[in-house]
Design a protein around this ligand. Structure first.
Ligand code: GLP
Length: 240
């Protein structure tokens, strides 16, 4: 794994932007694996600014998102589908028909997992962006998810519900279940770009880079990927 340590969040976002935009320029019909959370917001801001200023086109780009809350329709303001439109897609010329994510209001969860696995089989990510949960989760793969798992339903860890409550009006509104790509879907990406910022990610970063490769820390699987770059600001990299 290649590790880049930056001064701050801004520099982390800029370096991530350079890698992302290079992927898009080299391959205008690339498949981008995208993530939600607050960590990639700086990167997404830079992508939309660059589109406005320089017209880098996403017309033929396809995107696959990692995860979605169960019980929230894609039109719900707290869904990850809305998050992506608001924070990225609406500011680019990407065709929304080419943006894929699990359907949080699908009537049959098992069928929805199968459907999304099928979508992913046809769309290998040229790059997969990842954030880290404070407990070392990637997407919504909580500790002890078997590494061979594909798209599945998860019951969110208490710590994840607490971490994510800040984005909701009330902690009681945070869904308790979600769909997520499994470690296996993530590891299929040609390149993985992990971002981490802030002291609360220091343990997760340590585990991802230097810890034992173990299902108790899902991000540790990334050590097995042949082309993984982790960009962490100095607070998140404090234990390296
Ligand atoms: C959620 C998402 C993850 C994300 C994590 C970290 O749990 N499912 O994909 O990496 O939050 O979020 P943040 O970037 O806000 O710290």
């Amino acid at each position: 794994m290649k590790v880049i340590i930056t001064e701050d969040y801004e520099e982390m976002s800029r370096k991530a932007f350079e890698i992302m935009v290079e992927t898009v320029k080299n391959k205008p019909d690339a498949v981008l694996g995208l993530a939600t959370g607050t960590t990639p917001l700086g990167l997404y801001g830079k992508m939309t600014e660059d589109f406005k200023a320089n017209g880098t086109s996403y017309k033929n780009i396809k995107t696959v998102n990692l995860d979605e809350y169960i019980g929230l329709d894609g039109s719900d303001k707290n869904s990850y589908a809305s998050f992506m439109r608001e924070n990225l897609f609406n500011g680019l010329d990407v065709d929304l028909k080419n943006t894929y994510i699990e359907n949080g209001s699908a009537p049959d969860a098992e069928k929805e997992c199968e459907r999304y696995n099928e979508v992913l089989r046809g769309l290998q990510q040229d790059i997969q962006l990842l954030g880290l949960g404070s407990n070392g989760h990637i997407a919504f793969n909580e500790p002890f998810t078997p590494f061979g798992t594909e798209v599945h339903v998860v019951k969110l860890a208490e710590s994840t519900i607490r971490d994510n409550a800040r984005l909701f009006d009330n902690i009681k509104d945070v869904p308790v279940k979600a769909y997520t790509m499994g470690p296996k879907n993530i590891m299929r990406a040609k390149k993985i770009l992990v971002l981490a910022s802030g002291a609360n990610k220091a343990d997760a970063v340590y585990g991802a880079v230097k810890g034992e490769i173990t299902e108790s820390l899902p991000a540790s699987i990334l050590q097995l990927h042949p082309d993984c770059i982790l960009i962490a600001d100095k607070e998140a990299a404090a234990r390296l």
